[in-house]
Write a protein that binds this ligand. Structure first.
Ligand code: NAP
Length: 245
């Protein structure tokens, strides 16, 4: 019997990158997985897809409410709007700032509002938020990304302290991860050999789903390229910031 057979999971931002790594891992372990994103996940007959654009709150609310009508055992939020490139505060438009907040923070809020009720029914359900070291460190050239990820981090920490029947766990890479979102911000020919892959999250994602996050509620787990993890409570995640060029 597969580890997660009979479970239904939702991954918001699961079409590419780290969210896709989580969706693939949960599906490989036997779960039924629904990905929410603007584009259909490529080469993914093992994943269901529900089109969601988090910058359209009415549409997103309606779609997520529809998904929440069925059982939900675990959910992951990995959607992100990074911005086109690292740019200093003065170079970033107000529209860009609002989009970062819309996707990274309000998108998470909408997802929690829709999915916490069915997750409570799972007793316990699991909510995994994909965080970033920048929520702990701030950094030059990424003020909007940092502020929106810090908002998401504290939102999840606060919700964790309110919930008795949903375990809330944040996961974040120890370094950079080679994803389409990151590749859009790098020059052609960039060397990704030091970057982790989204598959590095797979082992932890499955372990959390199997145990419904037991022992990790409210924690932020820092995952290295080999898939090993430590708590951010024990060691502050290392900054990946660099001065924009
Ligand atoms: N990669 C790294 O090095 C790294 C490091 C630290 C933390 N993280 C965190 O990891 C998470 C995932 O990042 P990633 O690098 O894997 O990014 P990615 O490859 O760009 O994936 C982002 C996901 O978000 C979805 N998305 C973007 N805008 C959306 C919108 N308006 N509505 C709905 N879905 C939307 C994308 O799907 P569509 O485009 O199909 O909508 C995609 O599924 C983020 O929370 C990020 O902060 C990443």
């Amino acid at each position: 019997m597969a580890l997660l057979s009979g479970r239904r999971m939702i991954v918001v931002g699961g079409s590419t990158g780290i969210g896709r790594g989580v969706a693939d891992a949960w599906a490989a372990a036997g779960a039924r997985v629904v990905v929410c994103s603007r584009s259909r996940p490529a080469d993914a007959p093992h994943l269901e897809w529900a089109p969601v654009d988090l910058t359209d709150p009415d549409g997103a609310r309606e779609r997520l409410a529809g998904l929440a009508a069925d059982r939900v055992d675990a959910a992951c939020f990995s959607a992100v709007h990074y911005g086109d490139r690292r740019a200093t505060f003065s170079e970033v438009s107000e529209a860009e700032w609002r989009r970062q907040l819309d996707v990274n923070a309000t998108g998470l809020w909408l997802t929690l509002r829709a999915l916490l009720p069915p997750l409570r029914d799972a007793r316990p359900g699991l909510f995994v938020g994909v965080s970033s070291e920048v929520a702990f460190n701030g950094g030059p050239g990424r003020s909007g990304y940092a502020a929106s990820k810090a908002a998401a981090k504290v939102l999840l920490e606060s919700v964790a302290q309110e919930e008795d029947h949903v375990r809330v766990v944040q996961v974040l890479p120890a370094g950079m991860v080679d994803t389409p979102g990151i590749r859009r911000r790098r020059p052609a020919g960039f060397d990704y050999s030091s970057y982790a892959t989204p598959e590095s999250m797979a082992r932890l994602a499955v372990e959390l789903a199997v145990s419904a996050g037991a022992g990790h509620h409210g924690d932020s787990l820092v995952v290295d390229a080999d898939g090993n993890w430590t708590s951010a409570h024990d060691r502050t995640p290392v900054s990946q910031s660099r001065v924009p060029t």
